[in-house]
Design a protein around this ligand. Structure first.
Ligand SMILES: C[S@@+](CC[C@H](N)C(=O)[O-])C[C@H]1O[C@@H](n2cnc3c(N)ncnc32)[C@H](O)[C@@H]1O
Length: 229
């Protein structure tokens, strides 16, 4: 796709193989590139969450983000974890939250199911960012919070950014998304109040509000999908 830099092999297979060592790689990513975006994402969820609010973490990986949320007081029964990789979901086995196998492009939930939908560093693994964003917005309640962090196609600040970018592209575990294109796709999916949090480096954090059902009409596939257990 023209708005994406870099090619990805099958990311689910790659992530499944990386599952045992993922946390080390992720810590390195956060230290040298993604830390600010991750902090912004966590702050956005902290502001949006109220006890009882249903929260979905899409592409949860080993549950790093989920562990932070749970340690900060998010109730386990409010948090649903989704990932297509069984190896990744296995790494979340100790977390007392519902765990659902599934993909960004076909979320196995009815429309408007969640008050908060988060996706940290997984949007860029999708071969169809437009469909993925439509799905993230579809399962979000009107007025709910969409909170994203992703690798962004921005100029490198220096050699460290460049090396982090090359490492990710070489592993084939993601791409670098054009931020304005992501904003356009989120708007096209019907979300409102879209804000990109200003950050340096090859990353972006974005928050938006879920659209009303009326606004979503005209956006793709608003039919309810089978509910996950
Ligand atoms: C870089 S990891 C991010 C994990 C976690 N969110 C974190 O912050 O550590 C990307 C995750 O996205 C998952 N993934 C890959 N393709 C996906 C897709 N099409 N839909 C949803 N998740 C996907 C991978 O299995 C992996 O767990």
């Amino acid at each position: 796709m023209s708005h994406l830099a870099g090619e990805t092999r099958d990311p689910v297979e790659l992530y499944s193989r990386l599952a045992p060592s993922y946390d080390l790689l992720h810590r390195r990513w956060l230290k040298y590139a993604g830390g600010e975006a991750q902090a912004a994402l966590e702050a956005a969820v902290r502001v949006a969450y109220r006890p009882g609010a249903a929260l979905l973490d899409v592409g949860c990986g080993t549950g790093v983000f989920a562990r932070t949320l749970l340690s900060e007081g998010v109730a386990a029964e409010d948090l649903t974890l989704l990932d297509p990789s069984a190896a990744m979901l296995n790494r979340c086995a100790d977390l007392p939250c519902p765990k659902v196998p599934g993909r960004l492009e076909a979320l196995p939930f009815p429309s408007a199911r969640f008050e908060i939908v988060t996706c940290a560093w997984a949007l860029e693994t999708s071969a169809d960012a437009a469909l993925a964003l439509q799905e993230l917005c579809r399962v979000l309640r009107p007025g709910g919070a969409l909170c994203l962090a992703f690798c962004a196609d921005k100029p490198a600040r220096g050699p460290v950014d460049w090396m982090m970018r090359q490492a990710l592209l070489r592993r084939g575990t993601g791409r670098f998304l054009c931020v304005s294109r992501v904003v356009d796709l989120v708007a096209a999916a019907g979300a409102a109040e879209i804000r990109v949090i200003p950050l340096a480096g090859p990353v972006a954090a974005l928050v938006a509000r879920g659209a009303s059902a009326a606004t979503r009409l005209g956006c793709r596939s608003d039919q309810a999908r089978p509910a996950a257990a």
